[in-house]
Design a protein around this ligand. Sequence first.
Ligand SMILES: [Ca+2]
Ligand SMILES: [Ca+2]
Length: 425
Amino acid sequence: MTLIENLKKFIFAVAAVIVCCIVGISAWNKPATVSAATATRYLKSVETDAEGWSWNGFTLVANEQASRVWETGTYSASATGEYRYKGDYLEIYGYKGPEGGEISVEIDGVAIETLSLKASADTYKALLGSYETSYGWHTLKITSLTEGKWHSIDYIKIDIGKEAYCANYNLALVGNILCSVMHPTGGGNRDLNVVRNEKVYEVGVSGVGPLQYDSYNGSGRGYFYMGYTFTEELTFSRLVFQEGETWFDGGWFADGDVKVQVQTNSGWKDVTLVSPVNYPVSDTRADFGQNCEIYTFDFEPIAGKAIRLIGMSGGSSNFVSVAQIEVYSNRDALTLHGGYDYKNAVVFEPQIKPVDEDPGQSSSSSQPSSETQSAEKSSAQSAASQTPAEQGGCNGTAGAAALSSLFCLAAATAFIKRKNTPDKE
Ligand SMILES: [Ca+2]
Ligand SMILES: [Ca+2]
């Protein structure tokens, strides 16, 4: 009896160990979930006054506190806004406050959730909701639900993917700021993000110093650098530097000592310029001409996880003023200083190939459906017109119309509701 009982116990223990091992192994084999916090997002902002939106019952309203000083709102119920995009992740930003009503969010005709815009205090540029989808074409639809309450959308952000982003947009907006003087003490702006706020200053303008960054901190002569770091390796081929205001005691790099460096696996490397930059070789204000001049550093493509502008700080107070630093993978991408405007339709396809890509491989890597092809074709035609405003026609009404509702349904997948902005009340 005891022997049998012991045998039973032994068999049970062995079985338990086997079960534990199987559970353990299967848990171990389970692929790690890539959390949104660690995945690199290539988020492109799309303001509500940008091309491609279809608003019905919403009105564009000027608001100094809104992104790009415009928001799109309504006090009526049943007003709608639609936007067609290609990507795998979306964030919606807008107003929350005492006047806030409710909005419904649909993607590809599927109701995702109802969002309350009510909060105890007025909050602008609030993250209202974020949504993950499969990568592909999707249609976002926002509907106001509360008569007599305020519903206002300011902008959305879309993860358009690394390839499309790098082919067309300023990498400054997907990096983190790198700077030798993180806490300047002069008259410049203390928010380092002013160097990537996509603001282009008129050459020769003055009185804008407080809006720009300057590296003054009273520390004396030394190297100053500013640029961006990235979470993964990217290829760079252009850096556009708009200087800030210059002053009697500084605001420039001294004696022409300024260059672009990229942080490669073997450390910081000087880029190889493909055209001269013509930065003044002087340490005297009079030689620096007008304020806010633009210097474009074009160089042979180089890969790395960071890029910076570096040189000797100038003037008797040893500082450098910076209005804006743009960085591009692709030298053919339209720069802010070259005419890119936030209202331009988003280019969802890598119309302009990133420099590190094999064009042959890339064009055959993903064979889209016939309907996607037609949309891509219309987009390519738009891009070929050379009019920035017409680029990315995929997103416009014509592009959307070219896609049948059948395709919309085919593209619809399980939508994962992510998170709402916690109320700051
Ligand atoms: Ca806006
Ligand atoms: Ca100048």
